[in-house]
Ligand binder design. Structure first.
Ligand SMILES: *Cc1c(COP(=O)(O)O)cnc(C)c1O
Length: 361
């Protein structure tokens, strides 16, 4: 068996140690005689798995007790609707910062529920920057401020957490959660689809400040009310049990690696290496993002001649480097280098890129 080096943006590579552990426990979880997939979510075995996962996530992110952690379905995309349904709390306006494709989708959905004030946008730079704090035009009447700390497609990341005063800050952290420590108390709501930096697809994690719950719009279905999950340990209905278990294994793995401070060091070093090589390639490879806003997780780059793209991808595949094709909306290449991508994977990619310049440049 040989595993490839997988640069997929999501669903993405998982730590090999986690997959091995899941395989060991696949048929018989710790003497229970069954797979986690076959367990009742109301049984004591699964409840223990679920509680351990939440406790480990709380420890990793140092989540204050005044926040609930919800394990949901529907992806980050469902949150584009659940956020306004839950957090508008009778208000009619919300602020959104637009830094690319995912911000735009969140804005489009929010417009079904309220007036959207675009409080900042990097559209004029083709989303190669993030607005600075002093460029934000926040509306103090808004129910919340929504932003995308890391734009997965454009590879643009905020180098700071926006200051929003008393207005709750809502963050779509799908592609950056757990990449470094964060101060959860700065946020009203944090949400993330699991398939990038948490675990398999099918699970969505929402971290929500308690006082923002319980004022859902009257017409909102029960399964779209955060409080439904908060009051029922995320088990009002059947949760995505296996994905929850896998996320728990990833949280354990992160703790074994030394926690998020350690992951931040590694992630920063991995990203810096790749950008440094791109910038030093004499223009053969190019990343368009302003240096201060370059993502640690998603590194898009173009070749000086797009006609070489196909040969680049073909050669990469031969070297077991896969899923490097850029998003259809931007073209070129993209290397997603989440927590589970080892530094050796970056080294292999850079070696290949160098070799490609030698033979094709
Ligand atoms: C992947 C992604 C999404 C969409 O997630 P789904 O789980 O597919 O709904 C939303 N926002 C960001 C920032 C993403 O990276």
């Amino acid at each position: 068996m040989s595993r490839v080096i997988n640069f997929s943006a999501g669903p993405a590579v998982l730590p090999e140690a986690v997959l091995t552990r899941a395989r060991e426990e696949l048929l018989d979880w710790q003497g229970s005689g069954m797979s986690v997939m076959e367990m009742s979510h109301r049984g004591k075995e699964f409840i223990a798995i679920a509680q351990k996962a939440e406790a480990d996530l709380r420890e990793l992110l140092a989540i204050p007790a005044s926040y609930k952690v919800l394990f949901l379905q529907g992806g980050a995309t469902a949150q584009f609707a659940m956020v306004p349904m839950n957090v508008l709390r009778g208000k009619t306006t919300a602020d959104y910062i637009n830094t690319g494709e995912w911000s735009k989708k969140a804005i489009k959905e929010a417009k079904k529920f309220c007036a959207v004030n675009v409080a900042g946008s990097s559209e004029s730079t083709q989303f190669t920057t993030a607005p600075k704090q002093n460029e934000l035009k926040l509306n103090p009447q808004s129910a919340y401020v929504h932003y995308t700390p890391n734009e997965t497609i454009g590879g643009v990341e905020f180098s700071y957490v926006p200051e929003t005063g008393d207005v709750p800050l809502v963050a779509d952290m799908s592609s950056t959660i757990l990449s470094r420590p964060i101060d959860v108390a700065r946020f009203g709501v944090i949400y993330a689809g699991a398939q990038k930096n948490i675990g398999p697809a099918g699970l969505t994690i929402v971290i929500v400040r308690e006082d923002l719950m319980g004022q859902v719009s009257a017409s909102a279905p029960t399964v779209f009310d955060y409080k439904t999950y908060a009051d029922n340990e995320s088990m009002y209905n059947t949760p995505p049990t296996y994905a929850w278990y896998m996320a728990g294994l990833v949280f354990e793995w992160l703790k074994q690696q030394g926690g998020l401070r350690r992951m931040a060091e590694i992630n920063q070093r991995k990203a810096a290496k790749l950008y440094e090589y791109i910038d030093g390639s004499g223009g053969f490879y190019r990343n368009p993002v302003e240096p201060v806003s370059r993502s640690w997780m998603n590194v898009p780059f173009t070749l000086k001649n797009a006609e070489l793209d196909e040969a680049f991808l073909k050669g990469a595949k031969k070297a077991a480097l896969v899923q490097l094709k850029g998003h259809r909306s931007v073209g070129g290449m993209r290397a997603s280098i989440y927590n589970a991508m080892p530094e050796a994977g970056i080294d292999a990619l850079i070696n290949y890129m160098r070799e490609f310049v030698r033979t094709q440049g």
